[in-house]
Every structure is written in C-alpha cells, then in structure tokens.
Design a protein around this ligand. Structure first.
Ligand code: GLA
Length: 692
C-alpha cells in the first residue's frame, strides 16, 4: 500500500505542477453522458432514498417525471446505511433505488460516500480524523471530518469505491460517478506533515534549492532539512511557503480523488464518467490540475444573496468549463433558497429557470437541483427544495417543470453542441494566491478584478472561454490575462509564441511579477514578457483614491492599483496616460501596446472604471475581428450560442427586471420561450435555432 500511496502522491504532484496537455474542444463530451441511448441533457435532483420509507420512492419518482426529470444523484452521504458496521455491507436498498429510478426512465449518478464517514470508522480509527491548523481534531456529526492525507482513510475510501464500482460499474442506468462531495478542507495531522515534507523534497530535490527559491536568509528562515519546514496555511509565514502549501493541497487532493477514480475505473464501463463536484471560485486547490485525471468537471452553483450578478456567475461557469474545456455538469443548483447566509431569501419568480438556462448556455449538459426534499431532521431542513415537508410540490415546482419541459423540447437541438467562445481569459490559481498573500491594497480582490475585466468582454463578445495559462490558445484571436502575477518562463514562452503566431495578448495590472515559487523576477514587470512588450513597469502604486486616465479610449479613472509603464522599444504605442496632478503617476503611460507581426501585446497597467474598460474592450475586440451575435443588446441580456454537429442554438436570457428589445439574427427560429413584439420580458428566456 505504501508504495502505491507514494506513487499516487507523485502523480498528484506532477499533475499539480506540469502544464496541461491537449485542451482543444472535445465534442465527444458535449452530451450529458457517453451512453448513446440516454438523454443528451440531464435534468434532475439530488435524491436521498435512504432517508425515506421505500413505499414513498415511487411517489417521488413519479413526481420527478412530472417535473421533467431524467436524472437523480444518489448515494453520496449514505456510508452508514451502506456499511453500518465495519465489513457489513447493505447494497440491496441501493439496488432497489436504482431499479426504481430505472423503471421511471431516470438515470443515476452515483456518489461515493466518503465525505461522510460513519461513526464506527472514526471512533475505531481516530487517526483518520482531520486536524485543523490550530491542532483541533474534528469529531463525528458533521461531514468532511477526515484527513485528506490519511493512508488508512484512503484504504477505506478505495474499498467502498471498489465495492460500489464492482456492483454498479456495468449497470446501464448508472451513467457516472461523483467522487466524494465538495472536497476542500486540508488537514494538519502528523501524516499530512510527513506528506508535506515528501512533497517539498519531490518539488525541490534538495534543501539548498528550497532555501534559494524561498530566499530563506530573510528573517533567519534557513532550513537544514525538509523535516524542519512547518506546515502552515496562514499566519506570518514566508509567502513562498504559503503558496507551496496550495501546491501541496492540490497534489494531495488530486491523489485523494485519483485513489477513488482508479478504483472505480478498474471495474466500471468507461462510458460512465468520473467526476467530483466543486464549489464557487473555490481557491483551496488548483482545479485545472485536479481535473486532469477526471472525465468531466462538475460544480455546485449557489447565489449567496439570491441576487444573481449574471456576469460573475457566468464567469464561474466558464471557469468550470475551462477545467477540461469540455461541457460540464451543474451538479447542484439552487431550488429557490439556500440556508447558510445571514438572510436566505429566495430567488425571484423566473430566476430559477433563468439560472438553469444560463448554465446550459455556458456549456452545462446537466442541471441537478439540491435537493429534491429535505430530510425531516438534520442540519439542512430549512433548505429550498422541490418538495415541501408534506411531500407535495413547493411553489417552485411549476417553474422547474417548465424548464424541464423546455429542456426536453430542445435537447435534440442542444445535444452535441458546445458554447461558442470568441476569446479566452486566462485564469491562474498561482496568480490569485500570490496576490491574495500580498495584496498591498486590501481592496485588490483577484476574483473581483478578474470579473471586472471579464464583464465588458462578455457583454460585447457574447462568448468567452476561461482557460489555464498553459492551455492551447491557437483558436482564439484574443487572449486576456487580467492579473497574471505568477508567470513562469515556460508560460511566458507559450504566450510569446501565441503572439508571434498572430494572436492579440492583453495583460492586466500586476502581471509578470513572480515566478512559481512566489519570488519576484529580477526583471521588472512583466518579467519574462518584458522583451516582447518592449516596455516595463517603472513602479506600481496602491491607490486609496482614483486617478484620472485619458487617451485613445476616452477619459476615465483608475482605482485600487495603477502602474507607471515605461516604453523602451521604439514601436511601443502609448494608448493612455494618467492624470494625477502633483502625484507620481501624472502624465505617465497607463496602457501601452506593441505590434508583433500580425499579432500584438498590450499591457493595461491599472484597474480601470467600468466605462473606460468597456471602451478598451470594444477597441480590442474590434482589432481582433470579434463581433457580437446580437448587436446593441442591453447589458441585462445574456446572449450566447452553442454549436456543433451542424447545429447552432441561440440562447437569450433577460436577467433584468424590465423587458428589453432583441434584434434577432435573420432566420432565427424559436424552439423554447417567446419574444413578443421584438421584446423579451423580465426574467425570461428564449431559445432559437440558427442557420439551416
Ligand atoms: C453543498 C453540498 C450539499 C448541500 C449544499 C447546501 O453544495 O454539496 O450537500 O449541503 O451544499 O448548500
């Protein structure tokens, strides 16, 4: 066991630190399942049959059919029902639940139950329990109380995953697997510490290299051996250590997930996908790396204040799609209300359907609600659900059923299609983490900055892909990296090659500052891309109040962060300058660009206000030949296209509270929803076929 455990760790480590392989669109995955006889778009809910008397199941399943469901996700927290005592297994109820779903024409995604170990397990083997950074050991009664580094826990996880796969790996109604549930919390137990040391040794080879790359002469941090390096996620530590902690969690979670993925694949039909469900902008590990060994990505989308910012939410969908550059599953969607924020208001009428369609537009091939019905007791009884406590439909049922009907009506058109992205945004976990570790301006939230940059490009282009810094960029005429703070030489070479091949690259503020051990490059920003840009950042400034910016795109403001750019090469053009009377930035270049063959590299040195950024986006999209599908659409309107297999589908969503006109492309034929007198109503959706 020990050998394979180490091998898995190394595999995880390599996955975490080596560039992604091929990442082109992969149309084979542009259907909910790889089973040709199953629906191409999945619609359903998390269902917990173990929480209800069996006599009730058929009523539930019949109601699901009424809602247009064709999928249930089951089993994910059922360990104590499957194995109530060590070595005593009860799968019969699960056999019957799957068979009952099958009788109703409902396909199944099976969860491995490892997010919720039974009491006997943690009581008999307390060494598997997670330990917090402050040394507190977790106990039973919640979930995720295991250590991601525990070899014993992995043995139990592998065993239960194997048994499930042996039993259901060839069940034609089980279309896929979800490993664990929302993995995330790390552990600081002794096994994790030992693994941390092994990880660092694997990464740096010898301690001198670690000392050099972390600059440990500073504050007498020098280490004589790897064993001396403390395991920390927070606190007054060297940010290099804290960034490597993220690399460590990536490697450890990757090997944790692959332990189960390998167990499943050893027994399962390869058409059954293997995935795990991730969370909103979760920064606990590098999701690009973790997904390399999985078939598809899946995530859980909750709108915390029930007031969706459609662009921020859409950016997260695009990010999830980007993990594999394949269509994904929305494994959990909000059936109205959540229960974990101070005021858990419900989405407005129409918004549940609207958010379902948004997921589809961004490349989801599945929308599953959490959850069907709340257990009669437990931590989540107040959650928004499809059914009420009496087992009858809640008011949201009608809206969900409407979406279900629409998905049935459009699934032939949608099956095999993928979202059409006109440009790519680069999302870098290392950059996000490095900025978060040393913000300099506390208001520099890297997610907000990413979203602010993404916003005008999404509105104006109506299709953006989000990709890793190593992804194949060749199919995108324009690539924007809003804050590529950590930039390795290999990534810089990759981006330079893209530009030399005719691509237009745009870097945002704070780009090219650090290497992947969080050390500053000896060159000024953008570090290894400075020669290509022919300009450098003379100095950067955290702003407590906005400064003016004027130039080719009009006048506006920069706030939070501004960099004084210094052109070195003759062919660098200054596109905008700061106006900052009496300040350091006055008259200094804020945006520069340089042609490179048919391509170009542009550096935006500041966090610009929305209007100015919208003008910049307009000019850059124009330069790259990118035009919207529906011109002059109101920013409340989300427009997107899915295409593939000779089909084109246009999805129009009005996220606003009032009606808006839509200038449809010629020949658009409605297949779901309506537009009356050229207007789409508030919180409404309309779907069209385009082309022949
Ligand atoms: C997560 C979990 C679910 C449920 C929801 C509630 O997404 O995966 O089991 O707890 O949160 O928000």
């Amino acid at each position: 066991m020990k050998g394979s455990w180490r091998a898995l760790l190394v595999a995880g480590l390599l996955a975490a630190l080596t560039p992604a392989g091929a990442s082109a669109q992969d149309p084979q995955w542009a259907r909910a399942t790889q089973f040709a006889d199953k629906p191409p778009i999945a619609f359903g809910a998390a269902w917990y049959p173990e929480q209800w008397p069996e006599e009730r199941w058929k009523t539930d399943l019949a109601l699901m059919k009424k809602a247009g469901f064709n999928t249930v996700r089951i089993g994910e927290f059922a360990w104590s029902t499957i194995e109530p005592r060590e070595g005593e297994f009860h799968f019969e109820w699960l056999d019957r639940a799957i068979a009952a779903a099958q009788r109703h024409g409902i396909m199944v995604v099976l969860g491995t139950p490892t997010a919720a170990p039974p009491a006997w397990l943690t009581q008999k083997y307390p060494d598997v329990l997670r330990v917090d950074e402050d040394g507190t050991r977790a106990g039973h009664g919640g979930r995720r109380q295991f250590s991601f580094a525990s070899a014993r826990y992995r043995r139990f996880a592998r065993d239960i995953a194997t048994r499930l796969a042996e039993r259901y790996g060839h069940n034609p109604d089980v279309v896929g697997w979800q490993i664990d549930n929302e993995i995330g919390p790390p552990s600081f137990d002794p096994e994790a510490v030992a693994l941390w040391h092994a990880f660092l040794k694997q990464r740096y080879g010898d301690i001198d290299t670690l000392n050099r790359r972390w600059a440990t002469e500073y504050w007498s941090q020098h280490y004589n051996t790897f064993d001396q390096v403390p395991l920390h996620a927070t606190g007054q530590q060297n940010p290099a250590l804290l960034l490597d902690f993220k690399h460590f969690t990536t490697a450890t979670w990757t090997s944790y997930v692959m332990n189960q993925a390998n167990a499943i694949r050893a027994h399962a039909d390869p058409r059954q996908f293997v995935t795990t469900n991730t969370m909103f902008w979760n920064g606990g590990f590098n999701h690009f790396a973790l997904h390399r060994g999985l078939d598809i990505a899946a995530w859980d989308d909750y709108i915390q204040d029930a007031n969706p910012d459609w662009i921020a939410n859409g950016a997260n969908h695009d990010l999830v799609r980007g993990y594999k550059q394949r269509n994904f599953w929305l494994m959990e969607a909000q059936a109205g209300r959540i229960d974990w924020v101070p005021v858990n208001r419900a989405l407005k009428p129409g918004q549940v359907r609207e958010m379902g369609w948004q997921a589809i537009e961004h490349g989801a091939d599945a929308v599953l609600y959490w959850q069907w019905r709340s257990a009669r007791n437990g931590q989540e009884t107040y959650y928004g659900t499809v059914l009420g406590q009496d087992g009858e439909p809640n008011p949201i049922f009608g809206e969900i059923a409407k979406l279900g009907g629409e998905l049935q009506a459009t699934s032939a058109a949608l099956g095999g299609t993928e979202p059409v992205a006109k440009l790519a945004f680069i999302y870098s976990y290392d950059s996000r983490w490095a900025i978060d570790l040393q913000r300099l301006n506390r208001n520099f939230d890297p997610i907000r900055e990413f979203t602010d940059f993404y916003r005008p490009f999404r509105i104006q282009s109506q299709g953006v892909a989000v990709v890793s810094p190593q992804a194949d960029l060749s199919r995108f005429p324009l690539v924007v990296a809003p804050a590529l703070n950590v930039l390795t030489q290999a990534e810089a070479d990759h981006l330079a090659a893209y530009v030399r091949a005719g691509g237009h690259l745009v870097l945002g503020p704070r780009s090219g500052m650090k290497d992947d051990a969080d050390a500053v490059w000896p060159e000024r920003q953008p570090g290894p891309l400075e020669p290509l840009l022919g300009a450098q950042v003379e100095q950067f400034y955290a702003l407590d109040e906005p400064v003016g910016v004027t130039g080719d795109f009009g006048a506006g403001k920069a706030s939070i962060w501004a960099e004084w750019l210094d052109p070195q090469a003759k062919d660098v053009r200054i596109l905008a300058r700061y106006t900052d009377p009496g300040g350091w930035l006055d008259g200094k270049p804020a945006i520069v660009t340089r042609p490179v063959g048919k391509g170009s590299i542009t550096y935006i040195g500041a966090w610009l206000d929305p209007d100015l950024l919208a003008s910049v986006a307009h000019a850059l999209l124009d330069q790259s030949g990118i035009a919207p599908i529906v011109p002059n659409a109101d920013p409340d309107l989300e427009i997107g296209e899915r295409a593939g297999e000779g089909k084109r589908v246009l999805i129009v969503i009005n996220h606003g509270d009032s009606a808006h006109p839509v200038a449809l492309p010629k020949g658009a034929r409605p297949i779901a929803g309506t537009i009356v007198d050229g207007q789409i109503a508030a919180h409404d959706v309309a779907v069209f076929r385009l082309g022949n």
